[in-house]
Design a protein around this ligand. Structure first.
Ligand SMILES: [Zn+2]
Length: 274
């Protein structure tokens, strides 16, 4: 199936140059990620630095009831509850995942916009310095533009080289989200596509493919994803020149009887909405 992938064939000179650019650009992003998880912090009072939405979000700090949120900070390993503002007083939520630097929870029903705080087994509460907006689930769009940051369009469909997708350029590390609800059908690495995923669109025979992602996607094959859910970051793995998302929209199965269509009108429509 992969023999038919056509990413910039016959551009070896440009590709060689890109390989150098790739590594110089990728290094700071990788070292940043490593430092956030490394090192030992003496146990003590929990310090909440931020609360960000990771699933069923309208933005980094805009969530809905039922959304997955992540508390970021230090000394969070004894946190037992994340507390949200509610109409009749604070609402306590259990954590679903916990490390010294991250606590995940689900925004409880009835939670209102406010600054969540944590209750720790060994210390008093610590409140986020940032406000988390909570909006009704009806405010969630059904579709999201996949690149969540400043971006510009590159090569479109065809492009004189059998290009099967639309290239959207953005800084390496820019978050990528699922455009629609669906299920992860493939998650792999390919010499041309780099780190890629294919999303099987819910209630549709169609597929969407994301290529050149910075790292292997933080999702697994078979997993359901909701529109707006983080599925990776813009990168330039594989045969890519510059950091960009290569996005394909297939009518039917990706390399399984379907065919790609020009995805640019679809992307531009989402781009105007979200
Ligand atoms: Zn492309």
């Amino acid at each position: 199936m992969f023999a038919e992938l056509r990413f910039g064939t016959g551009r070896s000179r440009a590709v060689a140059a890109a390989a150098v650019a790739c590594c110089a650009l990728a290094a700071p992003a990788l070292s940043g990620a490593a430092s956030s998880g490394g090192g030992l912090v003496a146990p003590g009072k929990p310090k909440v630095e931020d609360v960000v939405c990771v699933r069923d979000c309208l933005g980094g700090r805009t969530a809905t009831p039922g959304a997955f949120v992540q508390v970021k900070g230090e000394a969070l390993d004894f946190v037992t509850r994340v507390v949200f503002r509610g109409a009749d007083g604070p609402i306590r939520a259990r954590y679903t995942y916990r490390t010294p630097y991250r606590v995940r929870t689900v925004v409880p029903k009835g939670a209102l916009t406010g600054r969540p705080y944590v209750i720790s087994g060994r210390s008093s509460s610590n409140r986020s310095p940032h406000r988390l907006r909570v909006v009704p689930r009806s405010a969630l769009p059904e579709e999201f533009f996949p690149v969540r940051g400043r971006h510009g369009y590159g090569d479109g469909f065809g492009a004189g080289r059998g290009h099967e997708g639309t290239d959207v350029f953005a800084a390496c590390g820019t978050p990528l989200v699922a455009a629609v609800d669906g299920r992860i059908e493939y998650r792999s690495y390919h010499a041309a596509a780099g780190n890629y995923i294919v999303i099987d669109v819910r209630n549709s025979p169609d597929d969407m493919m994301y290529a050149h992602m910075l790292k292997p996607a933080p999702v697994r094959v078979g997993q359901s994803v909701s529109a707006g859910q983080r599925v990776g970051s813009v990168g330039e793995t594989g045969n890519a020149v510059g950091c960009h998302l290569h996005f394909e929209y297939w009518k039917g199965d990706w390399y399984g009887g379907g065919h790609p269509i020009d995805s640019e009108p679809y992307l531009r429509r989402l781009d105007r909405k979200s």
